[in-house]
Design a protein around this ligand. Structure first.
Ligand SMILES: [Ca+2]
Ligand SMILES: [Ca+2]
Ligand SMILES: [Ca+2]
Length: 329
């Protein structure tokens, strides 16, 4: 006899069946068990799971679902004794009906992804109410805690037991904690919920408009926002906003070079960029009478470096003026 029991005590949906020794499948027919006759000796049972379900993982060793000799294996080797001496050949599969939760976290001030933020989900209703989950597999010693990746995205295996709403708590040192409820009770196993973009505000204990973590990273202490330590013409707060190095006069947001390749050529602009910052270039032809018009962007830099952009519409090159800027949230 084989049991397959959803962890939330919900009834087993259609699509669950069990195969014994590679033979025909035995459907559960909505029950949590299926029974069959076994000859004494070794056998193998294989559970076909309904969509969105996973079987329990071992709490101490990874990959045991793939190991048929493990009590967590699927398929799983079992031994049946002579039934004249008692009932034998029992095994149980604990099932998890799961949904996937997506989302991402960004810095409220800079718009940059927040990577390494810890995510915890607490069930708000149903038999799991009050229980918190912060890794997959839930109870496993070897599991990695849920954290945002370098793009600020939730991890792939942010899996929650279907059937109830949850509260998400997002924690990152030197940032305010974000708490939000996600209405996912109606999403069936196998479904996905995108919780969207969350914003974490940096801590600013000295109220100087610069996040403390940036001050400690660059100066080892909290600093004055109006100081221009590297004397590049941009104060510390401006360097923080633009993603430049406040200790390097070579790191400053400005056009590096302007190139006019030929008589009819376009104007090529070069400037340094910092990863994940959003840039725009504006231009005008007459400084007195024209308004600035965005001619490039918004464009997100994939990495640190120098980029170039060619203005192919520079009608009056001689008096064309450009301005580079970073777009903040
Ligand atoms: Ca500060
Ligand atoms: Ca500076
Ligand atoms: Ca600088």
């Amino acid at each position: 006899m084989v049991f397959a029991v959803p962890v939330d005590q919900s009834s087993l949906p259609g699509g669950a069946s069990l195969q014994v020794d590679g033979g025909s499948s035995n459907a559960f027919n909505g029950e949590s068990y299926v029974s069959f006759q076994l000859s004494p000796g070794a056998h193998q049972v294989a559970l076909t799971l309904p969509d969105g379900y996973r079987t329990e993982e071992s709490p101490v060793a990874a990959g045991q679902v793939q190991n048929p000799d493990s009590p967590y294996g699927n398929p799983r080797n079992i031994v049946s004794d002579d039934i004249s001496v008692g009932i034998s050949g029992f095994t149980t599969f604990k099932l998890f009906p799961l949904i996937t939760v997506q989302g991402s976290i960004r810095n409220r001030w800079s718009g940059l992804p927040v990577s390494g933020a810890r995510i915890t989900a607490t069930a708000l209703s149903g038999p799991l109410a009050g229980l918190s989950f912060d890794q997959w597999p839930y109870e496993a010693d070897y599991a990695t805690a849920w954290e945002t990746d370098t793009d600020g995205e939730f991890p792939d295996e942010l899996l929650l037991i279907a059937g109830q709403d949850y509260q998400l708590t997002m924690v990152y040192s030197n940032y305010t904690t974000v708490i939000t409820n996600i209405p996912v009770a109606g999403i069936p196993p196998g479904g996905t919920f995108d919780s969207g973009q969350h914003w974490q505000t940096p801590l600013d204990s000295n109220v100087n408009g610069i996040e403390d973590a940036w001050e400690y990273e660059n100066f080892g202490s909290l600093i004055r926002s109006t100081a221009d330590v590297d004397r590049d013409g941009h104060d510390n707060e401006t360097e923080f906003r633009l993603g430049t190095d406040p200790n390097s006069p070579d790191s400053v947001l400005a056009f590096d070079t302007l190139d006019v390749p030929g008589e009819d050529g376009s104007i090529m602009l070069y400037w340094p960029v910092a990863a994940n910052r959003i840039y725009e270039v504006s231009a005008l032809t007459n400084l007195v009478s024209d308004n600035w018009i965005r001619v490039f962007g918004p464009w997100t830099a994939p990495s640190n470096g120098i980029i170039w952009w060619a203005d192919t519409n520079a009608v009056d090159k001689a008096t064309r003026t450009y301005r580079i800027g970073v777009i903040l949230p």
